[in-house]
Ligand binder design. Sequence first.
Ligand SMILES: *Cc1c(COP(=O)(O)O)cnc(C)c1O
Length: 384
Amino acid sequence: MTQEPLPFLPFVRPEIDEATIEGVVEVLRSGWITTGPQNQAFEKALSEFCGGRPVRTFNSGTATLEIGLRIAGVGPGDEVITSPASWVATANVILEVGATPVFVDIDPLTRNLDLNLLEQAITPRTKAIIPVYLAGLPVDMDRLYDIARAHRLRVVEDAAQALGSRWRGERIGKLGDIVSFSFHANKNLTTIEGGALVLNNEDEAELARKYRLQGVTRTGYDGMDCDLLGGKYNLTDVAARVGLGQLAQLERFLQKRKTLARAYFEGFATSAARELGVELPVADFENSNWHMFQIVLPLEKLAIDRAGFMQKLHDTYHIGTGVHYPAIHLFTLYRARGFAAGMFPHAERFGASTLTLPLFTLMTERDVARVTAAVNEICEHYGK
Ligand SMILES: *Cc1c(COP(=O)(O)O)cnc(C)c1O
């Protein structure tokens, strides 16, 4: 008897329940489909989630970073420090507002900004820091904000992947300066595309509102003014309704992710992969929201490159994987600005050898066992 091939396991897949789909249909039938009551409700729910701080929704987690920088007063002549191990949006927004990106290498264990290297990157032109919480693991927030305060720097947290993560028991978004979340389809909570900014006060929230929609303010029945150059970054009510449906399930999503992450650690506990030198994420079950489970391949000990490893997982085992992320400073746009190989060795090594394994709420622990078995088999077969 020949065995049926196992169904394809993608590395990520959103979970949208029937109640949310019905809610979206209601919005579509309601006659108001762009920014309106669903956004108000979503902003209110997110604000409650973030300890009552003001929240404004946007149509992406890139728009939120860019507007966050503008609200922090970052512009031409300013330097912004960030991590080269992130989605390229993190650095692109610095260029977008006319400022200069300054990269600081990562700590190879946490894969986040190495805070030991932060102070030496600060100059008189430094205006802000964008820490990135890769895979949902925050940096040491006490240390980060001690440094920021000591040097009078603004912080725009790239918490795109960190909704539901915690620091000292408090949710990311409840603490800190300006916090940016993304609700892209692959994130822990999705609005298909979208994002939100958590702000310090009503003045900043008002600025966010203006930047979001052409800088326009309306008064009375027919009054309109435009006193600042805004853009077009508002979230539709259809998207906000998806977000409300997701937020209602976030706690369950987070628990499920934790369970799957634990299964990964168990699957790799004593394994061919670990013996060969495959690196696992920090096992932080207090703070991480387990947005991703990323391993680092010991390429020097493998007779197969990362692309081959991914292809093998795909073709032989029907398992999808991803790469998050190649080091930003090695992209053409950044090389053209003077960055080069060798400047941030940990980010470069991570970017060249990391592999994101499947982790999403619709998976089972058996799926995890299937992935760890496949990774172990490939390591056994190609290990040198
Ligand atoms: C997803 C993501 C962004 C950008 O968010 P979008 O909603 O895709 O614009 C920025 N930074 C990080 C670290 C991300 O993961």
